[in-house]
Design a binder for this molecule. Structure first.
Ligand SMILES: [Fe+2]
Ligand SMILES: [Fe+2]
Length: 147
């Protein structure tokens, strides 16, 4: 049963960071579609966790985000390899750090803790935005210029 709760100002602020905006596009349709879906999955996870939905619903949302982020990172890393992208290692390290944040949420969840801890969400929201707007854009620009 869905339980609507009052969202704090901080919750609303963080939640808005996971809203996809058109100006977040990198210029590669496949990568942009992946990013849009990641934002939707993160928004969904945050929504079901802070609204106190059933454990199975939250767990499914968390696994869906982890799986999709992992496969998206693999697609980008394959593109970097095939394009001989010079910043591959730095980019890959950011992916690993982002995955670690999601794994941290999963560990909290498996330990029975609430996963709506604001500090982790704040970090994840800023990092996702930073990565898309800066790191991924640089990759797409390189690939387009090298074709
Ligand atoms: Fe990336
Ligand atoms: Fe990406």
């Amino acid at each position: 049963m869905k339980k609507d709760v009052f969202l704090s100002r901080e919750d609303e602020d963080i939640s808005r960071c996971f809203d996809w905006k058109e100006d977040m596009r990198c210029g590669d349709p496949d990568i942009d579609a992946d990013h849009q879906h990641i934002f939707e999955l993160a928004q969904h996870l945050r929504s079901v966790s802070i609204r106190g939905r059933e454990r199975i619903v939250v767990g499914k949302a968390l696994i869906d985000l982890m799986d999709y982020a992992h496969s998206h990172f693999q697609r980008e890393e394959a593109l970097m390899q095939s394009s001989a992208y010079p910043m591959l290692e730095e980019h890959r390290m950011e992916h690993a750090a982002l995955l670690e944040l999601i794994h941290e949420l999963h560990r909290d969840f498996m330990d029975g803790k609430a996963i709506g801890r604001a500090d982790v969400w704040r970090l994840l929201s800023r990092w996702v935005q930073h990565h898309v707007l800066s790191t991924d854009r640089a990759l797409v620009l390189f690939v387009r210029q090298s074709r």
